[in-house]
Design a protein around this ligand. Structure first.
Ligand code: ADP
Ligand code: MG
Length: 346
């Protein structure tokens, strides 16, 4: 539906985005994620025809966003990072104005405005001045103006920024609803705020694509870093002996505890049903396991790892912008303790 081909945008000698290529399929909700300055707004401004790329192209259903601007733009509704605000208008007046500006047929204006107001649940606020609305409701007005013209694709630049947790939940529900009738692309620098609504994540860092996959796949690829932590009534030697009977285990980290038990943190392969094997191995060795805790890498861990300094990946500039090269499970995460990893589950 949307093809983004080798987009590069340069400001002076600074590359805001570099060789970005990805596709958007119809009917899904996409999250464009990356820390501040990653190039999200630049990408969205180019995709919506508001900014010219230095090189590369964007096509919407085969229409070039520049060559066939008029037709292509009709397919997109956009909530920019800094939407124009008309504080002294009511949502009803503002949306009517937007409909006229977008060239909606006179006979359809009323219906379209009513649809946008209903879709963003603004019914009870449509006649209040925008300046008297809370930030959350103003943001809904911004989403509503993107819906005018009934575009297939809705692009929202950081729709949750500056909202309180309750408002974030409301906007998230609204986006989920929009996803039933539209293809939605939203950007965020906070994964947890949008993760639950996104079918697909496009993660960029420093203007480059670092991952492009479903949340589930990203989690699975990184699951290689999962561990099982056990506390055993025995010594390290007892643990080593019991574990030696199990194949395919990763490195094990031992700590001797003050109550003469031993904690073993065992790295495990993804999808490897290991808990039973560990249980039986220690049972056979007559060394009781006092506790067993699994720790899985969360998507938040993945996001942080992908978007922090490239140097931490061990192959800084040579990195191919394709996800696979950076998603090597071999990436070291040894600096993070089990306790820290587990915090993400709480
Ligand atoms: P994001 O939306 O992910 O925070 P942006 O797309 O706004 O990132 O910015 C990407 C990079 O491009 C940043 O380093 C930013 O400083 C730079 N940039 C954006 N707009 C301009 C501009 N008009 N002139 C110069 N640099 C810009
Ligand atoms: Mg931005």
């Amino acid at each position: 539906m949307i093809e983004v081909n080798h987009l590069t945008k340069t400001y002076g000698n600074h590359n805001a985005i570099t060789d970005l290529t990805f596709q958007i399929e119809e009917g899904k909700i996409y999250g464009l994620l990356g820390p501040n300055g990653a190039g999200k707004s630049t990408t969205m401004n180019i995709m919506t025809g508001c900014l010219a790329p230095t090189s590369g192209s964007v096509t919407i259903d085969g229409l070039d966003i520049y060559e066939d601007a008029m037709e292509a733009k009709k397919k997109i509704g956009y909530l920019p990072e800094l939407p124009p605000v008309y504080l002294n208008l009511t949502p009803l007046e503002y949306l009517t104005f937007v409909a006229k500006a977008k060239g909606v047929k006179r006979s359809e204006i009323k219906d379209q405005v009513a649809y946008a107001i209903a879709a963003t649940r603004l019914e009870n606020y449509s006649k209040r001045l925008i300046k008297n609305l809370s930030k959350g409701y103003r943001q809904r007005v911004g989403v509503a103006q993107a819906l005018i013209g009934n575009p297939q694709i809705i692009i929202l630049d950081e729709p949750t920024v500056g909202l309180d947790p309750l408002q974030i939940i409301e906007i998230r529900d609204l986006i989920r609803d929009l996803g039933k009738n539209h293809t939605v692309i939203l950007s965020s620098h906070i994964l947890s705020e949008v993760r639950s609504v996104c079918d697909h994540l496009i993660i960029i860092a420093k203007g480059k694509l670092v991952a492009n996959d479903t949340p589930e796949n990203l989690e699975r690829i990184f699951a290689a870093k999962s561990t099982v932590s056990i506390v055993v009534d025995g010594t390290q030697a007892d643990c080593e002996k019991a574990l030696s009977s199990i194949e395919n285990l990763g490195p094990v980290l031992y700590t001797r505890n003050s109550d003469s038990t031993t904690t073993a943190v065992i790295s495990i392969a993804p999808d490897y049903d290991i808990n039973k094997k560990i249980f039986f191995a220690f049972s056979k060795a007559q060394k009781p396991i006092l506790s067993m805790t699994n720790s899985h890498v969360t998507l938040e861990d993945v996001f942080l790892e992908l978007t922090t300094e490239k140097e931490s990946f061990g192959q800084p500039e040579a990195a191919d912008p394709q996800a696979e090269s950076i998603l090597e499970p071999a990436t070291s995460e040894s600096g993070r303790s089990v306790a820290e990893t587990e915090e993400h589950h709480q």
